[in-house]
Write a protein that binds this ligand. Structure first.
Ligand SMILES: NC(=O)c1ccc[n+]([C@@H]2O[C@H](COP(=O)([O-])OP(=O)(O)OC[C@H]3O[C@@H](n4cnc5c(N)ncnc54)[C@H](OP(=O)(O)O)[C@@H]3O)[C@@H](O)[C@H]2O)c1
Length: 287
């Protein structure tokens, strides 16, 4: 049993993955734009992740753009049969690094082909439609047009399964009327708890919830309570933040991001942390 197996598994997209995965966004350059300073280091992180038993990697072709997927290909292609690579479409990067909505049929189709080419795949396992009505958080609005395009690409055999990202409960319901939704990827962590009720609803329907920014993202979580709990357990605050997410709900799949093998190993060790009830109660109060 590998260390991360302690966190358990979850059934998604017709297979079973470990609940501790890896998010590849941090492997691009500063601001998720352009190449990283240390490309061999990025390759090493991905190889260490898979060697440690990780079988779920989150990415997008708009990281870089193209750069992160090309590094994944360099590091891991040909891919292990049990590796689930989840990507996302719905945005394009401006020349200044800006993140812009890209929902036309041509843009969505182009994005699927960009992912296929740069990852070196014939079919994408899961594609999340990233909703950009408000780039910083879910905002209401119909997702019918872009999701119908993605569902058509699924019918053509380019995409196996579909998920949604940065969405509201209403949009998930609308999406389920169009196609099967296997996962939802929204911002959620110890301090950002807007989706508490949604997570429980998705758990009841067996749908994976994949929190992005599990460690706080570009501004890692800082909390005296978190630091105190971590010190009492002999763990790091980041490890405790991940352990809390694993305990929060069985349908939560983790994709913490790092460009450092040392941080990767720290994060994987969080799978072995059993939080005592008093620690959970203290951490719950942070949100
Ligand atoms: N759907 C969406 O809209 C969306 C948006 C954002 C992200 N995502 C996905 O979610 C994944 C996770 O989000 P994220 O990577 O942005 O944020 P995150 O996992 O919350 O945090 C990453 C940050 O934490 C640092 N870090 C990681 N492990 C650490 C450790 N053990 N100790 C100290 N610092 C540590 C990283 O720096 P170092 O590199 O120095 O370790 C990086 O600055 C992404 O990789 C991406 O795949 C999706």
């Amino acid at each position: 049993m590998t260390e991360i197996s302690h966190a358990g598994t979850f059934a998604i997209a017709g297979r079973t993955v470990k609940r501790m995965g890896y998010g590849a966004m941090q492997l691009a350059g500063r601001g998720v734009f352009g190449p990283p300073k240390d490309r061999p280091g990025a390759v090493a992180v991905l190889r260490a992740a898979v060697e440690s038993g990780i079988d779920h990697i989150d990415t997008s072709d708009f990281y870089g753009p193209h750069v992160t997927n090309q590094i994944i290909r360099e590091a891991l292609h040909p891919y292990r049969d049990d590796l689930l690579i989840v990507t996302k479409i719905g945005a394009l990067r401006g020349a200044d690094g800006s993140w812009n909505p890209a929902y036309s049929a041509a843009e969505l189709t182009g994005a699927v082909h960009d992912n296929l080419r740069n990852l070196g795949l014939d079919v994408l396992d899961i594609v999340n439609l990233r909703i950009m009505f408000d780039v910083h958080g879910p905002a209401e609005g119909s997702i019918e047009a872009p999701l119908t395009v993605l569902a058509e690409l699924q019918r053509q055999g380019l995409v196996r399964h579909i998920g949604l990202s940065n969405v509201t409960r209403t949009q998930i319901a609308q999406g389920r009327g169009i196609t099967d939704i296997v996962c939802v990827q929204n911002q959620y962590n110890l301090a950002h708890r807007n989706d508490d009720a949604l997570i429980d609803e998705l758990a009841a329907s067996g749908t994976a919830y994949v929190p992005f920014f599990p460690l706080g993202g570009f501004t890692p979580l800082q909390s005296t309570t978190l630091s105190d709990v971590a010190a009492r357990l002999g763990a790091t605050p980041m490890q405790v933040a991940l352990a809390w997410l694993l305990r929060r709900a069985p349908n939560i799949l983790l994709i913490p991001g790092t460009k450092s093998v040392a941080h990767l190993r720290d994060n994987l060790a969080a799978a072995s942390i059993d939080l005592p009830p008093e620690a959970v109660a203290a951490l719950d109060r942070i949100g």
